[in-house]
Every structure is written in structure tokens, then in C-alpha cells.
Design a protein around this ligand. Sequence first.
Ligand code: NAD
Ligand code: UDP
Length: 323
Amino acid sequence: MNKKRVLITGAAGFLGSHLCDKFIGLGHHVVAMDNLITGDLRNIEHLFKLENFEFYHQDVSKYIHVPGELDYILHFASPASPIDYLKIPIQTLKVSSLGTHNILGLAKNKKARVLVASTSEVYGDPIVHPQTEDYWGNVNPVGPRGCYDEAKRFMEAITMAYHNVHGLETRIVRIFNTYGPRMRLNDGRVLPAFIGQALRGEDLTVFGDGSQTRSFCYVSDLVEGIYRLLRSDYHLPVNIGNPAEITIKEFGDEIIKLTGTKQKMILKPLPTDDPKQRKPDITKAIELLGWEPIVKREDGLKVTYDYFRSLPDWTLKHKEFGR
Ligand code: NAD
Ligand code: UDP
């Protein structure tokens, strides 16, 4: 095997930590970077003893220095949950703009291939359904979600510019809602919110009337899709997600059944600009990468629920520390 040196930003987060495991598992050397603003070192603490792993506590929005060669860079640093980026909108804007600029400069310097983590949020509240990569989206730049969506759109634009001007090898993945172990119980995203509520014996908070849809992808499927895209020679954006679409109300029913909670669903106001529908068209991923998700929601939810149940009691009681 050809051993690579791989920089992963956002390594202590949900997706970054699973990517670290993937590359370590393949025998590569991982340089992990994170400023821990929404991440948690416990997600990668099992890797610290390995020779093939090193960690930099660093804000990627500031100048980055990494000694030695790099073959691949995966840029995953960014708050990703709506309540996180509503709390820290300026850091969110900076990490995908200034941070991406730093990452691209580093990649050019090291002659590394770079993959950036974009999002289905570039489609905003989509009018085209399911979302194909050639849809330009429907984003409100000045709404509360604008700090995330527009920063990711800028990230795509500057990545394309480095590809076109400097011939940099770039990959852009548009990630749709992903779930699995190591999500933070208190990150506000619908799955940890519902499971946390069920475990605490609280009612499940459905925003709006619950008719909005999402399509949830299990993390191992996502990681495999990202790996295949990185190894491909395709530089335009590719959707990676699971097209199995479900309303939030139906999702609440599934969580009630899974957890056996006696609580019910209660309706809360719908947040501003909350997308009404979301489902990836994954034709490109199928044709270019031979990739399709294989984990059924029922199975992925069970593993994730078991993970949340395995956490110490205090993570549940003290919502602000929930992992
Ligand atoms: P997360 O919050 O769990 O992880 C993000 C990590 O980035 C955290 O560890 C955080 O501390 C770190 N970080 C943030 N700003 C940083 C900075 N300036 N410098 C260094 N580190 C910084 O979120 P996640 O769900 O793992 O998302 C990871 C990436 O994937 C993000 O770029 C996100 O936009 C993208 N994404 C995720 C999803 C999803 O469903 N999870 C969907 C679409 C896109
Ligand atoms: N949602 C909900 N109750 C919650 C948290 C979220 O009904 O406690 C809804 C939210 O309004 C959205 C969907 O679930 O329509 C998915 O929200 P999430 O924050 O997970 O991600 P998004 O896809 O909106 O970025």
C-alpha cells in the first residue's frame, strides 16, 4: 500500500473523527487539526497513542503551518448544527472563507489534493426536488442560516478558483443530513434532540407541523462515499447522502418506537428559513463512484441509540455538557 500523509481539519468533530478512523484503519498517517469550538477530544482520544496520528490544536481561520509533506487534505472544520452556527455566526463565516483560503494555500504549497466539505445547505430551501448538483439553490443570504450557507457557497467558489487558476487537485462533496455515534447530544440537530428527549423522559419537540422532510445517511456510508470521491478524478461537486426521504413527524414516530418512550410529540415554532424538503439526487455518485448507501435507517438508528445510551448519566442531565 502507498502510505499517505493526510491532514483532516475538524478532526475532533462528529464526521472528522470518523474520517480519522477510516484513514488510520487504511494504514495512512493522519495529521488531525481542530480548535475544539464544537468538537470534543474524546472523539479521537483512542488515536493519540498511535504513531500514525498527531494532533494540532489550531484555528484554521488563522495562518496554518504543518511541517512535512501532505498528500491529501480533507477540510471538515466548521460548526454544522443550526444552533451552533446561530450562536457563532462570525466564526462560521470565517472558517469556510478565510479557513478554506488557508487550506487551499497550504494544499498548493504541499502539492496536495484537497477535498472540502460542502453541504446540501447550498441549495437553501430548495425548489428543485430531489436536489441535483446542477441546481443553483434558493438561499437567503441575510437570514439566520445565511452565515453557514453563504460561507459554504464561497468555499465552493474559491475551491473552483484554485482549481482553475493553479491547477490544484480539488474535490467538493455536498453532504446531506448524516447521523451516527459521536454526534453531540446537545447539538440541537433533530436526531440527538429527539433521542436526548426520549432518554430524559421529555416530550419530543417537533418544529412547525412536522411535514418538512429530510433524508438521513448513516455515517459509515458517508465516509465511504467521501473516500471514493477523494480517490476519483472528478473536481465538480458531488452529492453524498441517502435518498430515503421522511417527514420530521414520521421520524419522531420512529424514535418513539425505537426508544419505547411514553412521551409524545409537541409542536414548536418552525425556525426561520427552515428548508421544507430535502432529498439528494445521487445519480452522479452512483455513476462516477459506484457508490450507494447500504445502511438502512432502522439499523443505523439502533446503533446510534445504543451509543447515546452508553454515555455516562451526567451527559444527559447537564444538557450544556452533553457530548
Ligand atoms: P462538528 O461540529 O461535530 O465538527 C466540526 C469540527 O470542526 C469540530 O470539532 C470543531 O471544533 C471544528 N472547528 C470548527 N471551526 C474550526 C476552526 N476555525 N478551526 C479548527 N477547527 C474548527 O460537525 P460535523 O457534523 O462533524 O460536520 C463536519 C463538516 O461536515 C462541517 O464542515 C459541516 O459543514 C459538514 N457537513 C456536515 C453535515 C452533517 O450532517 N453532519 C452535513 C453537511 C455538511
Ligand atoms: N427539528 C425538530 N425538532 C428539533 C430539532 C430539529 O423538529 O428538536 C427539525 C428542524 O426544524 C428541521 C429538521 O428537524 O426541519 C432537521 O433539523 P436539523 O437541525 O437536524 O438539521 P437541518 O437539516 O435543518 O440543518
